[in-house]
Design a protein around this ligand. Structure first.
Ligand code: SAM
Length: 230
């Protein structure tokens, strides 16, 4: 994307990520080169038919920010009847997840390397999702960076129409103050109901993620939040 000439005229969107180069291993690069045609999905500016993408009508879950994808692959293995559209912007992670998908013959994952905010805004039809997973989104600890946090009311307002009635949104974080914000944001939507009094027990399908393990080593707690669309 080219930078606008006059940033005040076309203000740059505040993004929830900073693209770092990151080291791509030869195996990850090879996975991108060879497996993208089969398991990768390019961004497009109009809604896609997910049933066609996965060649079956089964439940569809969007995962935003899969990181290295180890939890994504494990969840897809545990839930073979559900299809997962997994999005991240981080190249090495994309290569890693493609590699896991091929190694484990996971036909129920498609990988996207694109800003999930734009995917939600442009590429998903209303009522097309049965679930949304956002596990350990970047906590953006510093107050002046809070504006970069993914879980804020304007983004949730864009996410909700994409869910079917009865569909769920499952968030997890290791940063307590962000957990409080997540709960507050989701509670602000009358169209959503909490499946628990506040924080939910970790659902059986969610294994420990890489970022979660790191948080635990640092002594952080873990909070899962699961709301359902009425
Ligand atoms: C802290 S990591 C957590 C990764 C993984 N879920 C885990 O628990 O190990 C957050 C991830 O979200 C990704 N991310 C942040 N904003 C994103 C966006 N708008 N679209 C897609 N991915 C995003 C980052 O690239 C990063 O890989």
């Amino acid at each position: 994307m080219t930078e606008p000439q006059n940033p005040t005229e076309h203000p740059r969107a505040i993004r929830s990520f900073v693209l770092r180069q990151g080291h791509m291993t030869p195996a990850q690069q090879r996975a991108i080169d060879t497996l993208w045609p089969q398991y990768g999905l390019d961004f497009q500016n109009e809604p896609i038919d997910l049933a066609q993408t996965f060649a079956r009508p089964n439940p569809k879950v969007l995962e935003i920010g899969f990181g290295m994808g180890t939890a994504t692959a494990e969840i897809a293995r545990r839930l073979p009847d559900t299809d997962f559209l997994a999005a991240d912007v981080h190249g090495p992670g994309v290569g890693n997840l493609l590699k896991l998908v091929a190694e484990q013959n996971l036909e129920n994952i498609r990988v996207m390397r694109h800003d999930a905010v734009e995917i939600v805004e442009n590429m998903l039809a209303d009522g097309s999702l049965d679930g949304i997973h956002i596990f350990f989104p970047d906590p953006w600890h510093k107050k002046r960076h809070h504006k970069r946090r993914l879980i804020q009311a304007p983004f949730v307002a864009k996410l909700l129409p994409k869910l079917k009635s009865g569909g769920y949104i499952h968030l997890a974080t290791d940063w307590e103050e962000y957990a409080v914000q997540m709960l507050e944001v989701l509670r602000g939507f009358a169209g959503l109901e909490n499946t628990a009094a506040d924080y939910a027990p970790t659902p059986a399908y969610r294994p420990e993620t890489k970022f979660e393990a790191r948080g635990k080593r640092l002594g952080h707690g873990v909070w899962d939040i699961v709301f359902r669309k009425r």
